[in-house]
Write a protein that binds this ligand. Structure first.
Ligand code: HEC
Ligand code: HEC
Ligand code: HEC
Ligand code: HEC
Ligand code: HEC
Ligand code: HEC
Length: 339
């Protein structure tokens, strides 16, 4: 609190010289200062600085601060007001003409394994069910690269000039150009998707609580995972296998769920996706993707791995002994065991 008052005093003294940013709620009046930060009670550093131009080039750049931070109603604010990503905002989606919200995403998540009411859970009683902010940040718009004349702000004057002919409002054009072009390419590459899931599916506490295998390590052991590691674009990430074609990336279900993209009977259809293994037959459905070397879970894989280990060591050690003996003979050609 002490820190807060010092800040306020500085701001008050400076206020006649401040040029106001274009934000009608004036949140940036204070939040544009880089030094607006503190160490909280748990010793974590909290940064309250918002970079105006970055924020306005992000996918949420047109959303008002208070529409997300709806708990902030007075100054000084109450602390720890959490954001609810399902709030409605003032933006209307033009084809439906109603106030926009992410309700659809919530619906998809309620039909997926990532909520505590899903019927096939191993453990419904845990705080590991992901919230929106566990998987998402506020990404910057990305322009499409086919236009070579992209400016620092990520826009293409050549493309914008074409919109200009009919639409006169430059703000409208820029926003919609960004909005559409951002979505014309996959917004996350394979590695970024894996990182999204990693914080839980490689977290030992969560894995033992939910009796799951480490899906990240086992994925990285496969050809698919290795190819992704080397930036091979065609290799599948978690979403490619765990979500049916034409469904939202949020519709991830348990492999025991008949609606899942990897339900044992239909698994081959997912492998047979265009661009993957178009010639796949139902027999490929027996394939398992997250194999751990464990005698009880995967006896075949266990004994195969054991066999190969024995073969490798069985070949390596006799060879190494032979080489050492030969080396000794090379160095000491006349050495004898008995005089
Ligand atoms: C699309 C929703 C959204 C918009 C718009 C938005 N924020 Fe945020 N903001 C968040 C989320 C989510 C967090 C992370 C903290 C949380 O989960 O509550 C956050 C964090 C913050 C924090 C850090 C808080 C902390 O606990 O460390 C500040 C300060 C902040 N926002 C200010 C602003 C200001 C000022 C604006 C307007 C220029 C703004 N935000 C616009 C969603 C939003
Ligand atoms: C008069 C200056 C001022 C204005 C205007 C202001 N803030 Fe803040 N805000 C602060 C300060 C200072 C803090 C840090 C408080 C602390 O923890 O000591 C803060 C903290 C926050 C936090 C983090 C709160 C938490 O959970 O700990 C959020 C979110 C936030 N502001 C959003 C907003 C939004 C949205 C607006 C506009 C509606 C706004 N602020 C306007 C000064 C201001
Ligand atoms: C388990 C992780 C996860 C959670 C939780 C999650 N998302 Fe997503 N979300 C994804 C992935 C993966 C994508 C698609 C990848 C991409 O292209 O960015 C995505 C895409 C999106 C998109 C872009 C449109 C689309 O469907 O491709 C929006 C909007 C979105 N999420 C909003 C939300 C909101 C709001 C919540 C909370 C209600 C949420 N997400 C929770 C993983 C998640
Ligand atoms: C030849 C003229 C023309 C050009 C060029 C043009 N537009 Fe349009 N645009 C229109 C017309 C006319 C409409 C209304 C169409 C309708 O309602 O059927 C429209 C509608 C839109 C809408 C829907 C708005 C709403 O609220 O329904 C968006 C977004 C849009 N244009 C963006 C763009 C962008 C971005 C560009 C440049 C890449 C562009 N337009 C280029 C004529 C044009
Ligand atoms: C915040 C934690 C968290 C994050 C992040 C997360 N998950 Fe999960 N995931 C869970 C929990 C909890 C379960 C439910 C386990 C149970 O009890 O059955 C689960 C279950 C699953 C299952 C079902 C396992 C089965 O029963 O077949 C799949 C598949 C899955 N997650 C994939 C993903 C993918 C892909 C991502 C990244 C886009 C992801 N998860 C991100 C927490 C998380
Ligand atoms: C090539 C397809 C494929 C990819 C890529 C893939 N999975 Fe899986 N996943 C499967 C299949 C098939 C199963 C069914 C059971 C098995 O094979 O172990 C499964 C099962 C799971 C399970 C349940 C495992 C258990 O303990 O019972 C989780 C959790 C999971 N996957 C998460 C992920 C995550 C996270 C990623 C990304 C790092 C990922 N998967 C990548 C195909 C895939």
């Amino acid at each position: 609190m002490h820190f807060f008052f010092v800040n306020m005093l500085i701001l008050f003294l400076l206020s006649p010289f401040i040029s106001y940013a274009l934000d009608d709620e004036n949140c940036l009046l204070c939040h544009k200062y880089r030094t607006l930060s503190r160490i909280d009670e748990k010793g974590k550093s909290r940064i309250y600085y918002i970079n105006d131009s970055l924020f306005h080039s992000s996918v949420h750049g047109r959303v008002k601060c208070s529409e997300c931070h709806s708990g902030i109603t007075k100054i000084p604010h109450e602390e720890n007001t959490k954001v609810n990503c399902l709030n409605e905002c003032h933006i209307t989606e033009p084809t439906e003409d109603k106030r926009f919200s992410h309700k659809n995403v919530e619906d998809a998540i309620m039909n997926s394994v990532h909520n505590n009411k899903y019927p096939l859970l191993r453990n419904a009683n845990s705080d590991f069910f992901p919230k929106c902010t566990d998987c998402h940040n506020n990404p910057l718009f990305k322009p499409i690269q086919i236009f070579k004349d992209i400016t620092d702000e990520g826009q293409s004057p050549k493309a914008l000039a074409r919109c200009n002919l009919c639409h006169k409002d430059t703000k409208f054009i820029k926003y919609f150009y960004n909005h559409v072009s951002h979505r014309l390419h996959a917004s996350k590459n394979n590695k970024e998707i894996v990182r999204m899931c990693e914080r839980c599916h490689a977290n030992n506490e969560m894995l033992s609580k939910h009796k799951l295998k480490n899906a990240i390590a086992t994925y990285k052991d496969t050809f698919h995972g290795k190819a992704a590691e080397f930036d091979y674009k065609g290799s599948p990430d978690c979403i490619d296998c765990h979500v049916k074609e034409n469904e939202s990336a949020h519709s991830i279900r348990s492999y025991k769920d008949p609606n899942s993209s990897i339900y044992s009977k239909d698994r081959w259809k997912t492998c047979a996706k265009t661009g993957c293994h178009p010639d796949a037959k139902p027999a490929i459905g027996g394939v398992r993707m997250h194999v751990v070397i464990n005698k009880d879970l995967y006896p075949y894989e266990y004994y195969t791995a054991l066999g190969f280990t024995a073969l490798t060591l069985g070949a390596y050690f006799p060879l190494a002994i032979l080489l050492i003996l030969e080396l000794i003979r090379e160095i000491f050609p006349n050495i004898k065991r008995r005089k």
